[in-house]
Design a protein around this ligand. Structure first.
Ligand code: GLV
Ligand code: GLV
Length: 323
């Protein structure tokens, strides 16, 4: 039966599914991300048949070559920008991911960030804890309403579409979007208006939410020039991948107040934050937890296990990353 290396402990559901099918699991005991040397060392220890990797592991040719027996890397994430796909393809290694199960959870977290930003909830909490609340004030911490405002979605895939649904049905927002493909089902469901360019979304939206995968073409999609196109009253939200936004440019825009605020769950150099970010009042920063609900993390563990089980049964796993 297959022996799998697991680069960090994930919810028990997925691990027990694999054990029940007779898999042997070697799980990293480190409560943290393995360094490159630790990962290479662990993989060289045994002729593993497969690897269960995390979005925090950098997986490239050097890693694949450390364990040439492993023909599948099951990534515990929907994103797979941590994996070098050409290197995998060249070696005939299959990559799988865990989409779907986290869609609503990430969309809900994104909605929470939007609400927290426009209602200034986190600022208010900080002020209250600091003992600065001296009584109700007519001009204190005034924010923005969402009803009737425009939500601009960049990337109307599963998560972007689900967020638009919440924003439209729950908060009566108007939806505009840009995506490489126009999505007619999405338009029918949410009344969304397709914009021909990213720039049009940035100019017209009151809240911009980013839901693109990290690719060469989406790195710094939001840069200084594009931030300048946003309304001074607008908010920027990112629960996709950090490098999609030029973080230095974002800090500049927030400092100069050329946009009203931002709420981000992902960073350019996680877990390192760009200098100056934590000093700004008009940004909410959460620690890459948008998919972190108990059922969703169980669901991701189950999907990663399903992918491995199918692969070793000689079937096509449900979530093969196309290469
Ligand atoms: C989370 O960021 C994921 O890609 O699953
Ligand atoms: C990811 O799940 C997406 O398609 O938005």
């Amino acid at each position: 039966m297959p022996t799998i290396y697991v680069t960090r402990r994930i919810p028990e559901l997925g691990l027990s599914m694999l054990r029940e099918k007779g898999f042997t699991l070697d799980i990293s005991e480190k409560d943290g991300v393995l360094t490159k040397e630790e990962l290479l060392g662990a993989l060289r220890a045994k002729p593993y048949d497969g690897v269960l990797s995390l979005l925090t592991d950098t997986i490239n040719g050097e890693v694949f070559d450390a364990v040439p027996t492993a023909k599948i890397f099951a990534n515990y994430a929907v994103g797979f920008n941590n994996i070098n796909l050409p290197d995998a393809k060249e070696r005939g290694i299959m990559i799988t991911n865990t989409p779907g199960t986290l869609t609503n959870t990430v969309a809900e977290h994104t909605m929470a960030l939007i609400l927290a930003a426009v209602t200034r909830t986190v600022e208010g909490d900080r002020l209250t804890r600091a003992g600065k609340y001296k009584g109700w004030g007519p001009m204190m911490l005034l924010g923005m309403d969402l009803a009737g405002k425009t939500l601009g979605i960049l990337g109307a895939g599963r998560i972007g579409s689900r967020l638009a649904y919440h924003a439209k049905k729950g908060f009566d927002m108007d939806i505009i979007y840009y995506d490489v493909k126009q999505n007619l089902d999405f338009e029918r469901e949410t009344g969304a208006r397709f914009c021909a360019t990213t720039e049009e979304v940035l100019r017209d939206a009151d809240v911009v939410s980013v839901h693109v995968p990290l690719l060469d073409s989406t790195k710094h999609l939001i840069n200084a020039a594009r931030l300048k196109m946003m309304k001074p009253t607008a908010y920027l939200v990112n629960t996709s991948r950090g490098p999609v936004i030029d973080e230095v440019a974002l800090i500049e825009a927030l400092r100069a107040k050329t946009i009203a605020g931002a709420a981000i769950d992902v960073y350019e150099n996680e877990p390192v934050l760009t200098l100056g970010l934590t000093e700004l009042e008009n940004v909410i920063i959460t620690p890459h937890i948008a998919s972190a609900s108990v059922p969703t993390r169980d669901g991701m563990a189950k999907l990663a296990a399903d992918n491995l089980i199918a692969f070793f049964a000689g079937e096509t796993p449900p979530n093969v990353v196309p290469m």
